[in-house]
Write a protein that binds this ligand. Structure first.
Ligand code: BF8
Ligand code: SF4
Length: 669
């Protein structure tokens, strides 16, 4: 029996959870054998998980799922009958499309806020570092500092690095709330793309302004033209992708190092029975970098040994994990749906969380184990959970205090732990710079060889497979099925977020996975020594994918704009509003984006659906597509990629080759 302390959840939910857990086949809940193993343990102990809570919520509200529920004012809540029999307008007169579009824009605004507030936090710490007010942080990638400074018109010659960084930090902080002008990072987009944004009036201004305007427009009685509302969704999301997220990525690289290919291990098997296990969970690397640093300090290692542990293992969950993995090869315990399973191993001595994707259910769950849960961000506290405030002026000290708490907690272990053996090897850290270098040949880093291999057809195109793991789907199944299909068809995959962790668990992030790729992609991977699935980082690192796409255009031979490229994106297990923002900024950047049909919060057949799935392409070149089946999603992506190749005129070579042997033999007959 795992659970030593009675849960405080209402008994019906708990009791039902227990019965359901026993009934529900763990294989339907997750394809990850480690999570399946833990789900069996959890069911035995009668502990509830996100899957049980989902079942308790079912059937999910159909109005909400289709975006038809409006609660923006107190004449409502109002809902539109999707079958046309009940009310077709809210009290204010809003119709279905206005309501769906408003909900969609609000999701984008919330998602953009999450990424961008993370970015703002990084920018503030960066500025404090430059001013000497955050002494534990420094400049790890000087080259990137100087390159970004130059890009932003900051004088670098004859100046101290810290002076350059201070000016850069001030400009970065200003990107969030400057009264005039547009996002500096948007200048990285190819000129025709920027021209489209300018023409449509969606070139993003200050990030805060786009979010505030989104909330204003969607209050009762303001914007009532779904197209106009959704154009602002584009603008707001662009402030995320080409603004807040990109700033987060760039400044984190300067402070913590730009990822380079490095080895790592992924899944619950990274936890160690005889070591202090400290799990960092959330999204911001600011504190977890310090925790990781502290865990390797001799004084703390000797304290751990005195407590009877062989060492200290720091492992990550969610995007904090991805940040540490791609920069330092620090192991990953799991993705979003693994967070409860990690605690249920009984081997996690402390879980330290920052912001985003942290289940409140953890606070109850840890009561069943010795695990100590600690919140660290003023923005994200949990009732009843100890708070250790992150302070940038004494960050390493805070990191050390957290490691000491983990060591203390290790002493309270209550008997045998249950750690699944599963873990996947991975080679990760394919930043734009690393791709440039790896694929760029021996003499000069460039995207030329990547472009050439796309043009010659060995690589058909590039697809981003990104995002969450949703308990409404079997964990990891859609992501990894899609990835396997794509690489089999010679499509190079780049991945971020929980999808990246899903791929890592299954060994898809190794060079050996090239065996699963089609002959063209395999040849390229084996020649260069890269995996067919490139791990790019966290969800804010989707900005790296934008930069890589812009670089492919700049390199030449694949068109003039991002929308000309044979590329696409997919997120088939999405949960968060952040994923909607990411999807929208890729669409507005000219890319096809595929989401699961059953998770897409837009009523099929509505005008909003028609706009997002079709008409928007006439404006921005990109569009959404919806598909639940990952194999069919691969079909969609490949058809799109081939259509782009046709338009570029680079499929001619292949057609001539196809005409070769067989047709000649026929002619001879
Ligand atoms: O930002 S992929 S579940 S962890 S939201 Fe959350 Fe989704 Fe995972 Fe990272 Ni991204
Ligand atoms: Fe209802 Fe209109 Fe108020 Fe929404 S804004 S809750 S549709 S009255």
């Amino acid at each position: 029996m795992l659970c030593m302390i009675p849960l405080t959840l209402p008994s019906p939910a708990r009791g039902e959870g227990k019965i359901r857990s026993r009934r529900m086949d763990p294989k339907k809940r997750s394809m990850d054998p480690a999570v399946q193993e833990m789900l069996r343990q959890i069911a035995e102990a009668g502990i509830e998980t996100a899957w049980d809570r989902l079942e308790a919520q079912e059937p999910s509200c159909g109005f909400g799922q289709l975006g038809l529920c409006c609660r923006v004012c107190n004449m409502g809540p109002c809902r539109i009958d999707p079958f046309g029999e009940g009310p077709q307008r809210g009290v204010c007169g809003a119709d279905a499309d206005t309501i769906i579009a408003r909900n969609f824009l609000r999701a984008v605004a919330a998602g953009a806020s999450a990424h961008s507030d993370h970015g703002r936090g990084v920018a503030h710490t960066f500025l404090a570092m430059a001013r000497g007010e955050a002494p534990d942080y420094g400049i790890k990638d000087r080259k990137k500092l100087l390159a970004l400074a130059k890009e932003w018109g900051i004088k670098t010659e004859g100046r101290e690095d810290k002076a350059v960084a201070e000016e850069l930090g001030e400009l970065a902080v200003a990107e969030f709330g400057k009264p005039h002008g547009t996002q500096r990072m948007a200048n990285r987009a190819p000129p025709p793309r920027k021209a489209i944004w300018e023409r449509l009036g969606i070139l993003p201004r200050a990030i805060d302004q786009e979010v505030v305007e989104a909330l204003h427009r969607t209050t009762m009685g303001v914007d009532q033209d779904y197209r106009n509302i959704l154009r602002h969704a584009s603008r707001c999301s662009l402030a995320d992708g080409w603004g807040g997220s990109m700033i987060a990525t760039e400044l984190q690289d300067i402070m913590f190092g730009t990822p380079q290919p490095t080895r790592g291990e992924i899944n619950l098997g990274v936890l160690k029975a005889d070591e202090v296990n400290l799990v960092v969970h959330g999204h911001e690397p600011l504190l977890s970098e310090m925790v990781a640093l502290a865990s390797s300090m001799p004084e703390l290692l000797s304290e751990a040994k005195k407590a009877g542990a062989k060492g200290i293992t720091v492992a990550g969950i969610c995007c904090t994990a991805n940040e540490l993995l791609v920069r330092h090869g620090i192991p990953v315990a799991g993705n979003f749906l693994s967070q409860e399973a990690a605690i249920a191993t009984g081997a996690v001595d402390l879980m330290c969380v920052d912001v985003q994707c942290i289940m409140q259910g953890l606070a109850e769950l840890v009561k069943c184990f010795h695990t100590k849960l600690v919140t660290t961000s003023e923005k994200a506290r949990i009732e009843g959970v100890e708070h250790v405030a992150m302070e940038e002026a004494r960050a390493l000290e805070v990191g050390k205090a957290i490691v000491r708490k983990a060591i203390e907690s290790f002493k309270n272990r209550r008997g045998p732990v249950h750690i699944p053996k599963d873990k996947g090897e991975a080679v990760v850290g394919f930043s734009h710079e690393a791709i440039n270098y790896m694929l760029g040949g021996r003499f000069r880093a460039s995207y030329r060889p990547l472009n050439d291999n796309i043009i010659n057809g060995r690589i058909r195109g590039v697809a981003g497979v990104v995002g969450c793991t949703n308990p409404k789907m079997t964990q990891d199944l859609s992501h990894t099925t899609l990835v396997r299909e794509l690489i089999k068809r010679d499509v190079l995959v780049v991945t971020t977020g929980c999808a990246q962790i899903a791929c890592g668990k299954q060994g898809l992030l190794t060079p050996e996975a090239a065996e699963l790729a089609g002959p063209g992609l395999r040849e390229v991977c084996e020649t260069v020594g890269i995996p067919p699935v490139l791990a790019v980082g966290s969800c804010v690192d989707n900005s790296r994918v934008l930069v890589a796409c812009a670089e492919m255009v700049r390199e030449g031979g694949l068109g003039e704009d991002l929308s000309d490229l044979p590329v696409a994106g997919a997120c088939l297990e999405h949960i968060t509003e952040k994923a909607i923002s990411i999807g929208q900024y890729f669409v507005a950047s000219g890319v096809l984006v595929v989401f699961a049909k059953k998770l897409f919060p837009v009523m099929p057949g509505s005008k909003v659906a028609k706009y997002l799935l079709e008409e928007i392409a006439e404006e921005v070149g990109g569009k959404w597509a919806v598909e639940d089946d990952p194999v069919k999603a691969a079909d969609l992506i490949c058809a799109h990629i081939e259509a782009k190749r046709d338009a570029l005129g680079i499929n001619r070579e292949r057609e001539r080759k196809l005409y070769g042997m067989e047709d000649r033999q026929k002619l001879q007959v």
